[in-house]
Design a protein around this ligand. Structure first.
Ligand SMILES: [Zn+2]
Length: 328
């Protein structure tokens, strides 16, 4: 069985079984032609628990091996990297994807280079270093991307916002959610959009009707320019949502189309609401990071409208990385 990557925007087609993090001609996100190989649950990622609380189901993605949903996409990507003969991997990330990459690279005996913006969360940086990754700190998220690209000739550049391999790994989330209902409303935090889009593809692949609610950090609420049904809660500042920092998701148009077609919405969430929601999630016993709380904020905004629907809220990142200051 073989596969190749191609670009739906400009028509670029890669060689068989050859990897590109994004289109080398136009830099757009690539898609897969053919069938990608299966991969193992290398560290037991995925098949996360579901906890019902009142009218909603919480999908506990923060319980993945490195404490983030990213493990699904990273595990898949790096297993393929290994089979393609790469010896090192590079990633640019604000934190969770980098921690996941450092962990799985170590497991798979790949050298890991991690490029992070200077303002990344301190506790996350120390975890990345502890895992043995080579840590490069740069001014901001855009610069981190440029530096990562400069390593991408020799090293497998994970590029989780654009990579079709990462998205392939995320489909499993949707397949698991599909066991819940034939018609589902999914609420999740959106930064790069790979979680919600991967889940969507997995759910649609199983024939489930899906309504997507994208919860975005107020300062990075890029989807509200594509989706007219948009709400705002908790003010304009979103410094607490340190994992939600991507200004424009590379697959924003596809994600927006999926949201609109299913009758979904975008909710912009600011710090006041993030703080309140994080406290309520802790009250329920969910030890998550502040960025995960935007999904609960979004649910509260739409609670009346969603009455009678089967709602799944995805909790994305573990609060254990924030033990120093979860309440601050
Ligand atoms: Zn292209």
């Amino acid at each position: 069985m073989s596969w190749r990557l191609y670009c739906p925007s400009c028509g670029f087609r890669g060689e068989e079984q050859s990897y590109f993090p994004f289109c080398p001609a136009c830099r757009g996100p690539l898609e897969v032609e053919g069938v990608l190989p299966e991969a193992r649950r290398e560290l037991g990622e995925g098949r996360t628990p579901v906890v019902f609380e009142g009218d909603v189901a919480f999908k506990l993605e923060h319980l993945n091996p490195s404490g983030s949903f990213k493990d699904r996409g990273i595990s898949y990507s790096l297993q393929i990297a290994k089979r393609l003969g790469y010896r090192c991997t590079v990633i640019d990330s604000s934190g969770n994807a980098a921690i996941s990459a450092a962990l799985y690279a170590r497991r798979l005996k790949l050298e890991a280079i991690v490029v992070v913006p200077r303002n990344a969360h301190r506790a996350k940086l120390s975890l990345i270093s502890s895992l043995g990754a080579k840590l490069l700190t740069v001014e901001n998220r855009d610069r981190a991307h440029e530096v990562a690209v400069s390593f991408s000739k020799e090293c497998f550049y994970i590029s989780h916002p654009t990579s079709p391999l990462f998205l392939e790994g995320m489909k499993g989330l949707g397949e698991e959610l599909s066991e819940m209902s034939r018609r589902l409303t999914v609420i999740a935090p959106v930064s790069s959009g790979s979680l919600l889009l991967g889940a969507y593809r997995g759910l649609r692949g199983r024939g489930v009707e899906v309504k997507l609610i994208a919860a975005q950090a107020a300062e990075k609420a890029s989807l509200s320019s594509y989706v007219s049904k948009a709400y705002s809660v908790g003010g304009e500042s979103s410094r607490l949502a340190d994992a939600l920092v991507i200004g424009k998701p590379p697959r924003a148009a596809e994600l927006a189309k999926a949201i609109v077609e299913g009758g979904g919405a975008v909710v912009k969430v600011g710090d006041e609401s993030i703080k309140e929601s994080l406290g309520e999630l802790l009250d329920m016993g969910f030890l998550v990071e502040p960025s995960s709380a935007v999904a609960w904020s979004a649910y509260k905004v739409l609670r009346e409208e969603l009455k009678g629907e089967q709602v799944a809220i995805v909790l994305t990142g573990s609060g254990l990385k924030y033990l120093e200051g979860l309440r601050s």
